[in-house]
Design a protein around this ligand. Structure first.
Ligand SMILES: Cc1cc2nc3c(=O)[nH]c(=O)nc-3n(C[C@H](O)[C@H](O)[C@H](O)COP(=O)(O)OP(=O)(O)OC[C@H]3O[C@@H](n4cnc5c(N)ncnc54)[C@H](O)[C@@H]3O)c2cc1C
Length: 504
């Protein structure tokens, strides 16, 4: 079958692309998604999001042994259903500080260029500044309607320690502590599929096929004419009259390029794939935010959280003189830690994450067989500068954690534990406890240099008829969780495909 556009991957970005491109009834769009149309009912229940990790709607990738984490291999969740990772994520809706986008140095991709698309994607809570915030976009965004009581004490602790507050981290003052905005509408998760795609599934010019694993891009020379895919054991193919748009995510998009012969020729040959287009940046430059936290046992019964377990968030600087906040703090109403650590059953966590990591990992082919997972190495804490930043974060989290305002909640520090006070013990804790924040980015980086995979119009270098429009194109991580930025990237991709300019 022939369509104007074939969109590969129905996740955060794919939901935006398929919906917006099919707004014109004369344009035909095929959306192919490997996962099922819907997931378990619990997907809709915000505080249950951790239960989705490792579930049937997770690709269940694992990392390579992480050198920076004492050789540990970790699960690396990615959503596998309509909505993609926005169907299993923690629903935090945050933009990064403008400096993070401006640092990309790519024409057309500075924060001010992206602002119209951030606004277009969302409907922000009443009272937000419309200069910065959307008023009629599909994604409904707001602070928690009912807050966990711990969040109030945590805000008092932040104040006690002298940190700034902001009315809106997504607005004019992107620094300080505030109530976290979330993709929760009427008490339920709002994935990108819920916000964008499901309301338009009846459009006759939009075809959505789920359970469809795209196995290869079809190339005629260096022109991408369509894709091959499988539903169960049945092979099929689709042609794209105007463009194939790759939105398979920061693991899936480079994987598919490499399976199709687009990548570093030596790497491709090693896996038994014939090189078609030499593009060495494909799969390189994988970045994720490192995340861990100081865990306290609770001195009183912890009420159940109604939202995503972190009603308060802060973007702070670990040192004076930085251009922008470099650390995110999360105030979690649960003990959050990963194996092999042991923590309390009832407690709370001051989570922290370095926002601009220097470590660079990769996604590489393990096999030419498209059903075999690629090798995923997020290289967490590989670069010593990331360890230094996380050490500063640990000290800052502990400083806030001992504030008098938390006395009514704190029993004692369990992780790293009061005995861990020397720099060596602190570093050991970081390496034993840090995990990914699930913000995989950078594997098909936007730019014009030799490491770039897509140009400023999101067209793949050296290939026609093929664009990429998901988290893989972020050249470096932005200073926040990634979902809101991927929505904006996808909104901009629509304008680029249609040759439109955003109204400012
Ligand atoms: C557990 C978790 C928690 C997170 N928490 C937050 C948060 O609170 N806030 C935030 O901002 N961000 C969060 N993120 C990150 C955020 O959700 C992602 O950055 C965002 O969803 C990425 O969008 P994407 O379109 O690039 O990829 P995805 O949304 O992952 O979509 C890719 C889609 O492509 C499909 N696909 C892949 N390969 C193929 C193929 N070969 N054939 C067909 N289909 C394919 C996948 O099944 C998937 O549906 C979290 C992510 C995870 C995993």
């Amino acid at each position: 079958m022939k369509y104007d556009y074939v969109v590969v991957g129905g996740g955060t970005a794919g939901s935006v692309l398929a919906t917006r491109l099919s707004e014109d009834a004369a344009t035909t769009v095929l959306l192919l998604e490997a996962g099922p149309a819907t997931g378990p009912d619990v997907m809709a229940v915000p505080p249950a999001w951790p239960a989705l990790l490792g579930s049937a709607v997770d690709w269940n990738f694992h990392t390579t042994p992480q050198h920076g984490l004492l050789g540990t291999q970790l699960p690396y969740p990615r959503g596998r259903t309509l909505g993609g990772s926005s169907s299993i994520n923690a629903m935090a809706h945050l933009r990064g500080h403008p400096a993070g986008y401006d640092a990309w140095g790519v024409d057309g991709w500075r924060f001010d260029d992206l602002l119209p698309y951030f606004r277009r994607s969302e409907t922000a809570a009443a009272g937000r500044d419309p200069k910065y915030r959307g008023t009629d976009g599909p994604m409904r965004v707001g602070p928690p309607p009912v807050r966990h009581p711990l969040a109030g004490a945590a805000l008092a602790a932040v104040r006690e320690r002298g940190f700034a507050e902001t009315p809106d981290l997504n607005g004019a003052e992107p620094e300080g502590a505030t109530w976290l905005e979330m993709n929760i509408a009427d008490g339920a998760r709002q994935s990108a599929a819920d916000a964008y795609l499901r309301p338009v599934l009846g459009r006759p010019n939009l075809t959505v096929v789920t359970g469809a694993l795209v196995t290869r891009l079809v190339l005629a020379g260096t022109h991408c004419t369509g894709v091959e895919y499988r539903v169960g054991d049945s092979p099929d193919s689709a042609e794209a009259e105007r463009s194939v748009v790759l939105t398979a995510g920061a693991v899936g998009s480079p994987h598919l390029l490499m399976l199709s012969g687009i990548g570093d020729p030596a790497e491709l040959e090693k896996a038994g794939v014939t090189p078609r287009v030499a593009l060495p940046g494909v799969g390189r430059n994988l970045q994720d935010h490192p995340l861990t936290g100081v865990v306290y046992s609770a001195s009183r019964t912890m009420p159940d959280g109604a939202n995503n377990h972190s009603d308060l968030v802060a973007a702070v600087r670990t040192a004076a003189g930085l251009e922008a906040p470099d650390l995110q703090l999360l105030f979690l109403d649960i003990p959050y830690f990963r194996p092999p650590l042991a923590g309390p059953t009832s407690g709370f966590t001051i989570g922290f994450s370095h926002l601009y990591p220097h470590s660079r990992g990769s996604v590489t082919l393990a096999s030419a067989d498209p059903t075999v997972a690629p090798i995923v190495d997020p290289a967490l804490l590989r670069d010593p500068r990331d360890v230094a930043a996380m050490l500063a974060g640990l000290r800052l989290a502990r400083h806030i954690g001992t504030a008098a305002a938390l006395d009514p909640w704190r029993d004692q520090e369990v992780l790293p534990g009061p005995a861990a006070t020397s720099p060596a013990q602190e570093e050991e804790f970081l390496r034993r406890s840090t995990g990914p924040y699930f913000h995989a980015s950078g594997t098909c980086a936007l730019g014009t240099g030799s490491a770039a995979v897509v140009d400023p119009t999101l067209a793949v270098h050296g290939v026609t008829g093929l664009r990429i429009a998901d988290a893989s194109v972020l050249p470096t991580l932005i200073g926040a969780n990634t979902n809101a930025t991927v929505l904006a990237v996808a909104e901009k991709a629509v304008d680029l495909l249609l040759g439109r300019e955003a109204a400012r």
